[in-house]
Design a protein around this ligand. Structure first.
Ligand SMILES: Cc1cc2nc3c(=O)[nH]c(=O)nc-3n(C[C@H](O)[C@H](O)[C@H](O)COP(=O)(O)OP(=O)(O)OC[C@H]3O[C@@H](n4cnc5c(N)ncnc54)[C@H](O)[C@@H]3O)c2cc1C
Length: 297
């Protein structure tokens, strides 16, 4: 199926992209990898009259370490993060990038596009919410930095103004003694997960000093498992504490039944994923090298 006709604009700079958006108003959409937008247009769920292509703007795709932060250009592809030695400093980023769909989609889809799309089933917002993440966004009025927890407000909804473009995503590198892991349950590789859990723990000895847990696909936005975090924070991370935390996470999930499974099934998955992700995160926090890959039906 072909998308409806549209006008194509090639932006040469972020400033020009912002000005093109401002001129076209609600009728315009930015084009990054097209991996969400083009399927939506083909299905007639989106019919923008103008597409502003970001792909010819220089210096919008990079992965850099500066002091204690990693910086990603908005146009950085999932596969570039998957294969980056710099991004490997934070292993949970590799778990996420390597598990998105298939090679073709990972080669085209971008980090900035994923966060701007705010799909409730998308992986990046879940993972990056367990870290200190912010987005630098450029509009006609200038640039502002938005923490990720303020950026996504609802399913498919962000605080971006109509003329704003995400320029860069910054992620604070967790301290020594911290480890994270991300696990999703998927029906097949090139589909979104049925449920997913990201866990980032910071240990002092065997005791959990800090923990962040987010659940994906079981709510309109990534859901924070605050009660589960409360169970683990200050506790020795043995089997019993992790089991109680998993039970708490199950009750904090807010899944909707759909073609991927019933609400009860997704809750059950959350419990299993939460336990496995926590064990992997703890081992990584202890300095072990642990390979993590998603679970498939
Ligand atoms: C078959 C299939 C399976 C998939 N499976 C998964 C999966 O398992 N997990 C997962 O996380 N994702 C999955 N995806 C989505 C994929 O990860 C895309 O990369 C992601 O949706 C974003 O697409 P994009 O970067 O190509 O952005 P586009 O599709 O080009 O744009 C998406 C939206 O973001 C806006 N936008 C893009 N860039 C910017 C920017 N810099 N600033 C402001 N707004 C911007 C666009 O205007 C548009 O509204 C899948 C996609 C397909 C087609």
């Amino acid at each position: 199926m072909f998308p409806p006709a549209f006008n194509y604009h090639r932006a040469k700079s972020l400033k020009e992209a912002a000005s093109m958006l401002a001129q076209a108003g609600q009728e315009a959409k930015l084009l990054a990898g097209g991996q969400s937008l083009i399927p939506l247009m083909k299905l007639r769920f989106a019919s923008p009259k103008h597409l502003v292509d970001l792909n010819f703007i220089p210096r919008l795709s990079y992965i850099k370490k500066y002091k204690d932060e990693l910086h990603f250009g908005a146009l950085t592809r999932h596969s570039e993060i998957e294969n980056s030695a710099t991004a490997a400093a934070v292993p949970i980023l590799h778990d996420c990038a390597a598990g998105i769909a298939d090679v073709q989609i990972r080669n085209r889809g971008t980090l900035g596009g994923s966060l701007a799309e705010a799909d409730p089933s998308g992986d990046w917002a879940v993972v990056l919410s367990t870290l200190e993440t912010s987005l630098s966004c450029v509009g006609q009025k200038g640039e502002r930095r938005i923490p990720l927890h303020d950026f996504i407000t609802d399913a498919y909804t962000t605080v971006l103004a109509p003329d704003e473009v995400v320029r860069e995503i910054s992620v604070k590198i967790p301290p020594q003694g911290s480890g994270g892991a991300y696990l999703a349950f998927k029906r097949a590789a090139p589909v979104y997960p049925t449920a997913s859990v990201a866990v980032q723990v910071t240990l002092e000895g065997d005791v959990c000093q800090e923990v962040a847990i987010r659940m994906g696909c079981v709510g309109l936005t990534p859901i924070r498992a605050s009660q589960a975090e409360g169970v683990l924070r200050g506790a020795s991370l043995g089997e019993k504490a992790i089991e109680i935390a998993a039970e708490a996470a199950r009750s904090e999930a807010d899944p909707q039944p759909d073609m991927r499974g019933s609400a009860e099934y997704k809750r059950m998955l959350v419990g299993v994923l939460m336990k496995r992700a926590t064990y992997a995160a703890v081992r990584r926090a202890r300095g072990e090298r642990v390979d993590v890959s998603h679970l498939y039906a």
